[in-house]
Design a protein around this ligand. Structure first.
Ligand SMILES: [Zn+2]
Length: 250
């Protein structure tokens, strides 16, 4: 298995951990898949021969992305916080195509007046306002957000967003994003999963662990990547720029 111990630092600058992730090209995944099939044939027909893939996993390695707390907002909310006519400015591309970390950041404050500063806005602007936090952030803010898919704000917790021009109270905006894996339909075929399935992934290293209930999200505009929040990543002592193993569908 490639690079299970490679560890890089968090992207402290942008607050959205995206740096130096190596993607697997479709060709690499196809080559790997061929080896897996050959492996299976060898195991079944010639059980005494050495397998071709030197790994416990028979699946392609999955790049890991760690998401720090961040905000998605509408144009209306953005202009309220930063001023009418202001534009969201590009700071850094994210790993997923067309997504970027913006230069602008906000402060988020909970009902107990406890706040987190310098929370990055991720672009492009959305049709809804959503704040993604970890459980550690939620405890600091004094809120109890549900664990949800991005975009599902049913029962989401309240926060106030504070910008340089104004602030806005959002009754239902904060969630803890569920563990999820972005992939194309081609990747989904390789892993034998479909959009909406749940799976397990294994992380190696000194604090290696298995993460369950990882939601599979399929879209041909995405690149293969597991998304964990900072609590999950810290528990396994991992950062971006490493790969994890697919264990299987749940
Ligand atoms: Zn994601």
């Amino acid at each position: 298995m490639a690079n299970l111990k490679g560890i890089a630092s968090y992207c402290q600058e942008c607050g959205a951990c995206t740096v130096n992730n190596q993607s697997c090209s479709s060709q690499q995944l196809d080559d790997y898949f061929v080896k897996i099939v050959v492996n299976e044939v060898i195991k079944n027909v010639y059980p005494d021969l050495k397998p071709q893939v030197e790994s416990e996993s028979v699946y392609p390695p999955i790049p890991l992305g760690v998401s720090n707390h961040h905000v998605h907002i509408t144009k209306e909310t953005f202009e309220k916080l930063f001023g009418a006519g202001k534009e969201l400015e590009h700071y850094r591309d994210l790993y997923q195509p067309n997504e970027f970390a913006a230069k602008q950041m906000v402060t988020i404050a909970g009902p107990k007046m406890r706040a987190i500063q310098n929370v990055r806005i991720l672009g492009p602007l959305r049709k809804y306002d959503q704040v993604e936090v970890s459980l550690t952030d939620a405890i600091q803010l004094g809120i109890s957000p549900p664990i949800h898919n991005s975009g599902d704000l049913e029962g989401a917790a309240p926060l106030t967003l504070i910008g340089p021009k104004s602030s806005i109270y959002l009754e239902h905006c904060a969630i803890i994003a569920n563990r999820h894996m972005h992939m194309t339909s081609h990747d989904a075929q390789l892993f034998g999963v479909e959009d909406g399935d749940f799976c397990k992934v294994r992380i190696g290293g000194e604090k290696g662990t298995v993460f369950e209930n990882v939601l599979v999200r399929v879209n041909d505009n995405w690149k293969l990547q597991l998304h964990l929040d900072t609590d999950d990543a810290n528990a396994a002592n991992v950062r971006c720029s490493m790969h994890v193993e697919f264990v299987g569908k749940i």
